[in-house]
Write a protein that binds this ligand. Structure first.
Ligand code: OGA
Ligand code: MN
Length: 220
């Protein structure tokens, strides 16, 4: 797990206990300043340095029936890899979190994938569930927010709806800088409200391995 950032004071056993506990009890966790501040700053810098060419209009599905659907979502995305120190450190940190959650919740999370998401003014993402059609690989969704000095007038809150009644709002989450949100991918309908100012985040998913005889992790 090369490139892990220095130990963050908040990252003790207790920190992971609390996060696992929230996921177990409520199905989601909202954590302010979860990551080392230096890592959040370097991700934000890396994000801003990426050229427009590195982003593409987000579709609804990565593999099947890929199409751009501006009615459902209007963000632009760029997948993270180990090509920069910042993105590599984030993947390393999220992998550490994967192991800590597996240890506590026996989830068998197998890997993590994530992309930068850039919502230009007026962009949104209508109510949806994560996970691709016909695939159950995505187990936990994550979002790290990178919006310095966010104020309510900026909009773009993440709204989590009740798994039992998708009209009932559970949480309206301000996309504040350094906040990490985790939730069970298939349980919670959620949406991103229209933004009044460009909005920056990293959306990611912990997945289980779906390998079967003759099909090595087909959703990868
Ligand atoms: C997603 C998503 C939420 C957010 O990318 O699937 O729901 O707050 N993102 O950015
Ligand atoms: Mn989503």
């Amino acid at each position: 797990m090369g490139g892990l950032p220095e130990r963050h004071p908040a990252v003790g056993t207790r920190f992971f206990d609390d996060m696992a506990d929230a996921l177990y009890r409520y199905g989601y966790a909202i954590v302010e300043d979860a990551l080392p501040a230096g890592l959040v700053d370097s991700l934000f810098i890396h994000f801003k340095e990426l050229g427009v060419d590195e982003f593409r209009q987000a579709g609804i599905s990565k593999h099947h029936d890929y199409h751009v659907n501006g009615f459902v979502r209007s963000d632009a995305i760029a997948w993270l890899d180990h090509g920069s120190a910042a993105s590599s450190d984030y993947l390393g940190w999220m992998d550490r979190l994967r192991l800590e959650l597996n240890r506590r919740l026996f989830l068998g999370l197998f890997d993590f994938e994530c992309h930068y998401a850039w919502y230009p003014e007026r962009a949104f993402y209508r109510k949806h569930y994560d996970g691709f059609r016909g695939s159950t690989a995505r187990i936990i969704s994550s979002v790290l927010y990178l919006n310095p000095a966010w104020v309510p007038e900026d909009g773009g809150e993440l709204v989590l709806y009740s798994p039992r009644n998708e009209q009932v709002v559970l949480e309206k989450i301000a996309p504040r800088y350094g906040k990490l949100v985790l939730f069970l991918s298939r349980e919670f309908p959620h949406e991103v409200l229209p933004v009044n100012k460009p909005r920056y985040s990293i959306a990611g998913w912990y997945r289980v391995n779906q390998s079967r005889p003759g099909a090595v992790d087909p959703s990868a």
